[in-house]
Design a protein. Structure first.
Length: 546
């Protein structure tokens, strides 16, 4: 009898060792950058129920598991799904239906694009464009308003700058808005010419004076635009984004879309800095359905260097009459920061100039103190005073930067802020060395939405043409490992999601991307040519190159 039981035991043991466990997906024959704490490179992984359940060798996983689907990666490189830590998803979706002015090299080029768009959509009541950038033009002093009036006298025109912090409008748009002369706008400017006439350029909060008159699209149109935008993001390997500032209506609209399974991209949506909205949203508490998360508030301290409205400690080097300005008073900033500090919500503040950055860092330190785990963030932090770097570590303030801003601004920024301040500008490497991490984003649609462009800008510090030779301020370039972590696990940690996603690890969301080349080994000049073969969220393919 004992021998019979022994035989049955051996049979059971043998069966348990050879029976395959069923999984949804096995990806094998790959070079898998797990981005775990040891930066392990594996060959394969298995997915069940939308999460990674094992990472290891191809032979082991194929022998151990029975998969509903297998993918032979044929040696391709695989990474965690890319995470854009600062984007404007709804603005991006809206821009797809506007006149595309990104890259327009002259006023003539911009006008031709506007005329073509008007011809294609003759019945639209407004002509709206995005991506205007006069810094690209040889003569950037041209009056755009006069030209718009000449070619479009009977339709209101509203054109946003590439940075979305300024707009140019024509006379018809000003007429619709009931504006015929410049006046004071809190946190904004209405630019005038030498005779005191409106130039048509509205900056920051002044933009809303005209923008609010543009007819809104209906929900179906907006959903179509968001779905189209989402597919574009999938095509470049993005699986998660931070939507950096949405109003109450847009947050509710997004929540309804995600509840109805209309969108798949993971979205960490921030509440824009309207204190009444913030209070209502905070009373409702966190929202997180696995795809859409709402637990952060976005404040805006100042404007941008490009338009000289980033707040600096000393005047601009190319205009001694201004040091820029805050978009709200220090007292208003402090009141909001104090109120949010009393909650468990995260706070993220856009601060570009060294004065704005200092004010925000000091207010953070005042209300949350040192050595905290609030993960309050500063977005952009493009110019930092030498004395303020250590505050990022002391107050545990998470830096969130966009590497492409450095390679977009490098043509003019030294003239704007001078050589001394430039040494502490776009300081990705120094912030990594000081704080330990940096969350990397693009700021799209202001910059290109392809995360590999941001990766290239972070490690090579050159533009798409390879300019400048040797790189721009290379002391602040990141290593490839740091750049990859900045757009995966560090970005996730900046959103309290490091335990759920950001790397390829057992128990984490099965979000990953397969690329045509290995961005960790190929030459810098080839990085922008890499294409996405497949993008996967929850173990399900959302994009595959045909």
């Amino acid at each position: 009898m004992k021998s019979l039981f022994a035989a049955l035991g051996l049979l059971f043991l043998f069966a348990s060792c050879t029976t395959n466990h069923e999984v949804d997906l096995i990806v094998y024959n790959a070079r898998v950058y797990t981005v775990d704490s040891a930066f392990t490179i594996a060959e394969a992984f298995a997915v069940r129920g939308g999460v990674f359940i094992e990472i290891g060798s191809s032979d082991r996983l194929l022998q151990r598991y029975e998969a509903k689907e297998t993918i032979d990666a044929q040696g391709a490189a695989i990474y965690p799904g890319f995470y854009d830590s600062h984007a404007h998803f709804m603005d991006f979706a809206s821009s797809l239906d506007m006149t595309n002015l990104y890259g327009a090299h002259s006023l003539s080029d911009a006008l031709q694009r506007l005329q073509a768009h008007r011809k294609t959509y003759p019945d639209r009541p407004w002509l709206v464009g995005a991506g205007l950038d006069q810094e690209r033009w040889e003569d950037n002093t041209i009056s755009v308003r006069d030209s718009l009036d000449k070619y479009f006298p009977n339709i209101p025109v509203y054109l946003t700058r590439v940075d979305y912090q300024a707009a140019t409008v024509n006379s018809k748009a000003l007429e619709v808005a009931g504006i015929d002369t410049a006046f004071y706008v809190e946190g904004g400017l209405m630019l005038t010419d030498s005779l005191g006439h409106l130039s048509g350029v509205l900056m920051d909060n002044a933009m809303d004076l005209v923008k609010k008159h543009i007819p809104e699209v209906n929900d179906d149109q907006e959903l179509r635009a968001l779905t189209k935008a989402e597919q574009l993001l999938f095509s470049v390997g993005l699986t998660s984004i931070v939507d950096a500032g949405l109003n109450e209506r847009d947050l509710e609209f997004m929540r309804n879309l995600y509840t109805g399974n209309k969108l798949k991209i993971r979205n960490y949506a921030m509440i824009e800095d309207n204190l009444r909205t913030v209070r209502r949203m905070i009373r409702s508490g966190y929202y997180d359905d696995g795809r859409l998360s709402i637990r952060a508030v976005k404040l805006t301290a100042d404007g941008l260097l490009r338009t000289r409205n980033a707040s600096l400690l000393l005047p601009y080097s190319d205009d001694s009459t201004t040091s820029g300005y805050l978009l709200q008073t220090p007292e208003e900033l402090e009141r909001t920061i104090k109120e949010i500090a009393a909650t468990n919500f995260q706070l993220s503040t856009r601060a570009v100039g060294d004065s704005a950055t200092r004010i925000v860092l000091d207010l953070y330190g005042k209300y949350i103190g040192p050595n905290n785990d609030r993960r309050w963030r500063i977005e952009h932090a493009q110019v930092i005073n030498e004395l303020d770097f250590e505050k990022f570590d002391r107050f545990r303030v998470f830096p969130s930067l966009q590497p492409a801003h450095a390679t977009s601004d490098m043509y003019w920024v030294e003239n704007r802020i001078g050589e001394e301040r430039l040494r502490n500008a776009y300081a990705l490497k120094r912030l990594v060395d000081n704080y330990g991490m940096v969350a990397i984003g693009s700021g799209f649609p202001g910059e290109n939405f392809n995360p590999l462009n941001s990766f290239h800008a972070a490690v090579a510090r050159v533009d798409a043409a390879g300019f400048p030779e040797g790189g721009f301020e290379m002391k602040n370039a990141l290593t490839r490992r740091e750049a990859l972590m900045g757009m995966t696990i560090w970005a996730a940690q900046a959103c309290f999601q490091g335990s759920r996603r950001g790397n390829i690890q057992r128990g984490k969301d099965a979000d990953f991307v397969i690329l045509s080349q290995d961005i960790m080994t190929i030459p810098n000049e080839e990085l922008r040519d890499v294409t996405v073969l497949r993008t996967v969220i929850d173990g399900k393919t959302v994009y595959q190159r045909k």
